[in-house]
Write a protein that binds this ligand. Structure first.
Ligand SMILES: *Cc1c(COP(=O)(O)O)cnc(C)c1O
Length: 356
């Protein structure tokens, strides 16, 4: 039984708050969690209000056509509802794409979002990675020509490193790839990237003309709804109708749907969070410069700082109730730190100052 799963690994999510509470006896409200790229401010208060007001609906199955949410997304991105599929997180859209294509080979950056590899392994695909850790499209193209992978993953901007390709380079790349290779553009942090630099903005409507491009987005990051599990895929109708064949019925909850629809209405809230994100990120950059630590310029809500003995530092932080992501498993000494609220960043930086 389960022979085919023998070589698969289980995904290890960032350490949950509960674990630190149990292991170190720190009170939940004293823990600072800056490890999973969540929005520290949470969703708009209007979203919380809307969910509360609709809590009595939870005995009902949701509208499986996701009519309201899809219409709002269609408006948001100037696409048709037929170009949209809703997923339990954009993770699920990535999963549908991989299962639907059932690739023999997939291609991705040297260090990128772990789920690409995990879903591809589940279908037995060979994983090809560029030797460059960040996205290098020349190298992507060299490997593509030689190996003809059926899926190419582009994470724009990239998690966990934070770098971001220019949109014009992405589109030039798309034009060079044959239509029998799917290009999945993961836009989980696009809201942050386009705020910082509009050369990074990939407009989903611009990918519709390509038969082989799928854009994914999420409510988990800028919209602050990680716990509600809502993501979406945007592509031409052919791709979307095929992905729908793999979608389980009612794949997001009725309250998730209500929350995501409402979240799209409060743009000011999202913008405020993103603005604070980049202002606060500056504190980490100044810290790195002062200490002589290298860092990667980030277009996201996290930053990678190259800090010697990162594993030890991450553990010391954990004992003090601060959770960050150690990058040692990727082969280098660095921490990936999600940008938090001002007081959280100040406390983390003060602690880092003491122990690094
Ligand atoms: C967070 C993240 C996602 C998806 O998150 P969901 O919560 O499943 O929507 C997808 N891609 C990247 C690169 C991410 O960092």
């Amino acid at each position: 039984m389960f022979e085919s799963l023998k070589n698969l690994k289980t995904y290890e999510a960032g350490k949950p708050i509960e674990l630190v509470v149990r292991e170190y006896g720190i009170k939940p409200n004293e823990i600072i969690k800056l490890a999973s790229n969540e929005n520290p401010y949470g969703p708009s208060p209007k979203v919380i209000e809307e969910v509360k007001n609709n809590a009595h609906l939870m005995h009902r199955y949701p509208d499986d056509s996701f009519y309201e949410l899809k219409n709002k997304l269609a408006d948001e991105f100037s696409v048709d509802v037929k170009n949209i599929i809703i997923g339990a997180g954009s993770d699920q859209i990535i999963e549908f794409a991989v299962r639907g294509i059932n690739p023999k080979k997939v291609l991705m950056a040297g260090i990128t979002f772990a789920m690409y590899e995990i879903y591809s392994n589940q279908v037995g695909a060979k994983i090809l990675k560029t030797s460059s850790k960040t996205h290098n499209l020349d190298e992507f193209y060299q490997i593509y020509k030689k190996e003809k992978p059926e899926i190419i993953f582009l994470c724009v901007p990239n998690n966990p490193l934070g770098e971001c390709l220019d949109a014009k380079d992405v589109f030039e790349f798309i034009k060079k790839i044959d239509e029998d290779t799917l290009i999945l553009i993961d836009g989980a942090y696009q809201e942050f990237a386009k705020f910082k630099d509009n050369n990074k903005e990939i407009k989903p409507k611009d990918i519709l003309r390509y038969k082989n491009v799928l854009y994914t987005g999420t409510f988990s990051k800028a919209y602050g709804l990680g716990g509600m599990r809502v993501g979406y895929g945007i592509a031409n109708e052919y791709i979307i109708s095929n992905l729908h064949k793999l979608r389980p019925p009612f794949n997001i909850t009725i309250l998730s749907q209500i929350a995501a629809s409402k979240a799209l209405e409060d743009k000011e809230w999202v913008k405020k969070g993103i603005k604070s994100n980049f202002e606060e990120m500056q504190k980490y950059i100044e810290f790195a410069k002062k200490k002589g630590f290298e860092y990667i310029e980030s277009y996201t809500n996290f930053i990678v700082l190259f800090i010697p003995n990162s594993t030890k530092i991450a553990n010391e932080l954990l004992k003090r109730g601060i959770i960050v992501r150690d990058m040692a498993s990727y082969g280098f000494e660095a921490l990936r730190i999600t940008i938090g609220k001002p007081e959280e960043n100040d406390k983390l930086l003060k602690t880092l100052e003491e122990i690094s």
